[in-house]
Design a protein around this ligand. Structure first.
Ligand code: NAD
Length: 422
């Protein structure tokens, strides 16, 4: 795989849209930089008594439209540039679907698969303490991302609350329901992806029950995306993760695969007996991307669809559940092939949308029913899709460019209205 620096990629995407819309160079310069980037060292006593120091980051890209919002990632490959890129993409994502937030992201360089639960808890609490100078319900609200989950969010909420002296559920979203989490948040990103895919199918005159699907990544986003597309009537014929993949041209039994993952070691898809297994993440991804499917949903990490493998992709629709899975060069190749692209800043905005609902519920201490959450999520995602489609048709451009035109224009308007302080 060709390695692309995600921050360079994010800036390149901004530059391209800035040229296209004739963005004021002063606003462009401001948006090309992150407002704040905090680097923290996180010393943890490991279970064997030894102290290890991990490096962590919290980056706020832009706060013009509201407080910062974005997930926290635990992964050995986390870098400051990656977190900066993810923070910038959060700014655009919130703007595309009209949420009153700016963009942020956090990360710790660690491998949680090689740590005990107690070590992950200590890491989370110390990291939260270190970044608590810039987070808060009115300042910056973290959420789950790769390798973090509702339990990690609970520790973040508790640590922050202990430091300020009162319970502050609004400091983080993606919490368990018992401590101020929202109905529907766990599966919101996948549900949102399904909704925009459903709209795209309708637009392209394709029937869900005649469509085949391949999903890369079977975690929070990939698992729920596969499940909802399965429920929509699509045939999910391939799924891969970091350790391998499973393939079945007749369609995988997704609920059974999810049960297998919950109980298997490493929560991996390999070992599932409802399809042909390919061992090894890279090998399985290579096979998956070559499948002749209608919909390909990369839901793992950035930098997966590159100039080296994009030509082999045969899907009609690519729906980016992950953030930044397609490099700009690969994007051009897919565009030329006529692939209908559902870009990350639209396709995976369902998660931050229900995070927004969770934050609103926490602030008001008034909680909504699941059906109201899902209805409002569907309204926002459907509107987001059609707003972007309208621009794509009017400007005669692809969906990614259209989503960027919408997002960057909205943020630029906020920058212009607020002016430069002092
Ligand atoms: P997760 O940790 O729950 O799952 C990640 C999945 O990707 C796992 O199945 C893992 O095995 C797989 N994976 C990791 N590396 C891989 C590789 N090299 N090849 C193939 N598979 C690999 O994470 P998640 O929360 O589902 O996040 C996945 C992506 O979606 C990330 O890009 C994240 O930023 C983005 N995202 C997440 C949310 C959310 O609400 N969790 C919201 C929007 C976007």
């Amino acid at each position: 795989m060709s390695a692309y620096n995600p921050w360079e990629m994010a800036c390149q995407q901004l530059d391209t849209v800035a040229r296209r819309i004739g963005l004021d160079p002063n606003i462009h310069a401001k948006l090309r930089n992150c407002k704040r980037a905090l680097i923290v060292s996180v010393p943890i006593q490991m279970d064997d008594g030894q102290v290890r120091v991990f490096e962590g980051y919290r980056v706020q890209h832009n706060l013009e439209r509201g407080p910062a919002k974005g997930g926290i990632r635990y992964h050995p490959d986390v870098t400051l540039d990656e977190v900066k890129a993810l923070a910038m993409w959060m700014t655009w994502k919130c703007a595309v679907v009209g949420l009153p937030y700016g963009g942020a992201k956090g990360g710790v360089v660690c491998d949680p698969n090689r740590m005990s639960l107690a070590e992950i808890e200590r890491l989370t609490r110390r990291y939260t303490s270190e970044i608590s100078i810039i987070i808060g319900p009115e300042k910056d609200i973290p959420a789950p991302d790769v390798n973090t989950n509702p339990q990690v969010m609970s520790w973040i909420m508790d640590t922050y609350s202990m430091n300020v002296g009162y319970s502050a559920p609004g400091v983080v979203t993606g919490k368990p329901i018992d401590i101020g989490g929202s109905e529907g948040r766990l599966t919101a990103t996948g549900r949102g992806a399904m909704i925009v895919i459903r709209e795209a199918l309708q637009h392209l005159n394709m029937r869900p029950d005649q469509c085949t699907v391949a999903v890369q990544g079977f975690g929070n986003v990939g698992g729920a995306t596969a499940q909802f597309l399965h429920e929509l009537g699509c045939r999910v014929v391939g799924v891969s993760d970091a350790f391998g993949g499973v393939f079945n041209p007749k369609g995988l039994d997704i609920p059974a695969l999810a049960r297998h993952c919950r109980t298997s070691e490493r929560h991996a898809v390999a070992g599932f007996d409802g399809g042909d297994v390919v061992e090894g993440g890279a090998k399985a991804t290579e096979e998956l991307f070559k499948l002749e499917v209608d919909i390909l949903a990369p839901c793992a990490l950035e930098n997966q669809i590159t100039k080296d493998n994009a030509r082999a992709i045969r899907a009609k629709i690519v729906a980016e559940g992950a953030n930044g899975p397609t490099t700009p060069e690969a994007d051009e190749i897919l565009c030329r092939k006529g692939v209908f692209m559902l870009p990350d800043i639209l396709a995976n905005a369902g998660g931050v949308t229900v995070s927004y609902f969770e934050w609103v519920q926490d602030i008001q201490a008034h909680f909504w029913q699941l059906e109201d959450i899902n209805k409002e999520l569907a309204r926002i995602m459907t509107k987001g899709f059609h707003d972007v489609l309208e621009i794509a048709e009017r400007e005669k451009c692809d969906m990614r460019m259209a989503a960027y035109i919408l997002a960057v224009s909205r943020v630029a308007t906020a920058v212009r209205l607020r002016g430069i302080y002092p």
